[in-house]
Design a protein around this ligand. Sequence first.
Ligand code: PLP
Length: 395
Amino acid sequence: MPQLEATQWDIERADRLKALPPYLFVEIDKAKRRLREQGKDVIDLGVGDPDLPTPPHIIRALQQAAEDPANHRYSFTEGLRPLRQAIAAWYERRFGVTLDPDTEVLPLLGSKEGIANLPLALVNPGDAVLVPDPCYPPYRSGTIFAGAEVIPMPLLAENQFLPDLGAISQKAARRAKLMFLNYPNNPTSAVATDKLFQEAIELAQAYQIVIAHDAAYTEIAYDGFRPMSFLQVSGAKDVGVEFHSVSKTYNMTGWRAGWVCGNAKVIAALCQLKTNIDSGIFQPVQLAAIEALQGDQSVLQQTVATYQQRRDLLVDALAAAGWAVPKPQASLYIWAPVPGAAPSIDWARKMLERTQVVMTPGRGFGDHGEGFVRFSLTVPTERLREAVDRIAKAL
Ligand SMILES: *Cc1c(COP(=O)(O)O)cnc(C)c1O
């Protein structure tokens, strides 16, 4: 056998990785690193990862469970039955939605895992997936990994960042096997209407499209507003599923615990796929997630009050500085139209150089994110105040 020269062998990435859209934050990441190396005081409003700690009673549940050797072994992909029951009970209490814990609930290693894997379980190469644009990136990358085509659904300001389902061509609807929706929305912070969900269900029934609604932010909402679940709409369970997670609700992003619930056939397909990929959530984390869903809920009110105060601080200070930005009803984000006509990437880079404040250019979430930047409310309030002062001076 001819000896392969190690120096000549260029290890190449698979086509599915090469098919991913280019990573557009390279230059901003570089600039951020350079400024930090220079000892500059960088404030990062780019990442959507809660700065608030996980509540102590949840941590204690993990600690106790971790002491028990029975919890050290492989867990099942389908999760502990008490966790599935706790999720079903939470849906009943919060949304009035009844779920069968044995067939209509599946725990996930964070909802991102299930979202990215769902297309592998449901679509074939050459099929199409309807994906909002701008969007949370795993809807797009999961579709590409499955060899399917992304059909973007533009989220436009004039439509309150809801997709125009009437604008989807018959040809596209026929090819589509799956549609992703996400409300409260990341990155636009828009909230859903009953009507949107009803129209999505009608389209799904007419063309046999599975709806996957990502509901990660239903608990992070302001001024008393209570976002709805897709599964509250009549017919939803016949056509779709909803992803949810303890990540944002209970400040547990690092723990990796989420779930998908709704249509039993979709859930069985995803579970079959996952049995071949992972072995379930570490049981102490499952027991901690049960404590999160069933224990003291008062921390959530404090969390939301903190974000609401930050939202008001940021939006009011920007307005006082002459930058009018809508106040979101929900989510961790401010979706701000870029002043002037500069491309969002250039503008974010310029603001980073001038103020050492990181914001995410909307273009990174899709072509229709152009013209906006996303601010995240996940830095301590004092730091946010400092960031806003710097931005106001630079405007
Ligand atoms: C943060 C987030 C999630 C939650 O992800 P986990 O994997 O459950 O931590 C899901 N969807 C969107 C849009 C998010 O922003």
